[in-house]
Write a protein that binds this ligand. Structure first.
Ligand code: AN7
Length: 353
């Protein structure tokens, strides 16, 4: 048998990527994530629902798809340092790939608004972590300023290589389904990912790799929904800290993705997000709060009667739930403590007749 090893998105999709033989490929073998058929969501909606679990990436989020390209190209250009603003996942990914590349990484994050696991990742990978008394939007302005002034490469999704890499999520879904879905649902924060997915689907369609194009349905958190309101939100608020963003960098392309595909960008409340989080977690899939916004959006579409029976639907789960275990535990019942004997355990488990 010949070995079959997933080589990471730059190798798997090399002919569609902005790389040459001269590009040093910096990879942690990202991508190739599972597309999980969801029986419970399919039953509920009458559709065929699949969860694209991008929490299964090396650093636990979809950011790795873009970061392998951004860091490889930065290294090719001779950069020695990279910088990013982040709600957590970008910094975790940038730190890991910069570490792999032997580059210096600086990250600027909103103080107290980063899930503990994400902060831990940036720290263990050796990034210089700086907190600001401000939000993500302010951190991004600061990083753009630094990248214009000093010899440091910006690796937020305003870096086009990030978007190039994140298109592979759409391609993988098409390769896994044999076509594009009818409806594609995803969370929206800084709006780079919805931009990337729509580009990815359109390119596959143009190349004859899929006959259908999906309706794009993006979901912001209600307290951080500038694209829904039509104006920036100065003080964004949501438990889904990953998408706590008030002025998305990819504003227009995200709106275009929704419009051109006949879709929408709408909002889900924190309450809807938590309910969706619990539902998929009960069925074996541990995604982070921001990711659950896609499932919350799906349920909202179903309630509104906007889905057609039998439609093929994908929901992207952008990040892993393990990044924020504190939050998950706080909503669960405290485990009981018992003496270490069979009868006590059996009684507690309800095994005694
Ligand atoms: C789990 O890490 O912006 O709409 O700085 O971590 O492409 O921004 C994270 C965003 C969705 C939104 N789900 O994606 C950051 C950051 C998760 C995320 C989004 C993010 P975009």
């Amino acid at each position: 048998m010949s070995p079959h090893v997933w080589r990471g998105i730059l190798e798997e999709y090399r002919d569609r990527m902005p790389v040459t033989d001269a590009t040093p490929v910096v990879t942690l073998r990202e991508g190739g994530t599972p597309l999980i058929h969801s029986e419970e969501l399919s039953e509920r909606t009458g559709c065929e629902v699949h969860l694209k679990f991008d929490g299964a990436n090396p650093t636990g989020s979809f950011k790795d798809r873009g970061m392998t390209v951004a860091i490889s190209k930065a290294k090719e250009a001779g950069a020695e340092a990279v910088i990013c603003a982040s709600t957590g996942n970008t910094s975790a990914s940038a730190a890991a790939y910069a570490g792999k590349a032997g580059m210096t990484c600086g990250v600027i994050v909103p103080k107290g608004k980063i899930a503990l696991g994400k902060l831990a990742q940036a720290l263990v990978h050796g990034a210089k972590v700086i907190q600001i008394d401000g939000n993500f939007d302010q951190a991004l302005i600061l990083c753009r300023d630094l990248a214009e002034t000093y010899p440091v490469e910006l690796v937020n999704s305003v870096n086009p290589y990030r978007i190039d890499g994140q298109r592979t999520g759409a391609w993988e879904i098409c390769d896994q389904l044999g076509r594009a879905p009818d409806v594609h649902v995803m969370p929206v924060g800084n709006a780079g990912n919805i931009t990337a997915y729509w580009r990815g689907y359109r390119e596959y369609s143009a190349d004859g790799r899929t006959d259908v194009l999906p309706v794009m349905r993006g979901y912001q958190a209600a307290g951080a929904a500038p694209l829904v309101l039509g104006h920036p939100v100065e003080l964004p608020q949501t438990i889904a800290t990953a998408i706590r963003i008030g002025n998305p960098a990819s504003w227009q392309p995200a709106v275009d993705a929704a419009t051109e595909s006949g879709g929408s960008i709408r909002s889900v409340t924190d309450r809807e997000i938590i309910a969706a989080f619990r539902l998929i977690a009960r069925h074996g899939v541990f995604a982070e709060m921001a990711s659950a916004a896609s499932v919350a959006g799906l349920l909202q579409l179903h309630e509104a009667g906007e889905l057609e029976p039998g439609q093929i639907i994908t929901c992207v789960l952008t990040g892993h739930g393990l990044k924020d275990p504190e939050w998950a535990i706080s909503g669960a019942a405290e485990p009981v403590t018992i003496p270490a004997d069979r009868e006590s355990a059996a009684r507690e488990l309800g095994l005694l007749a």
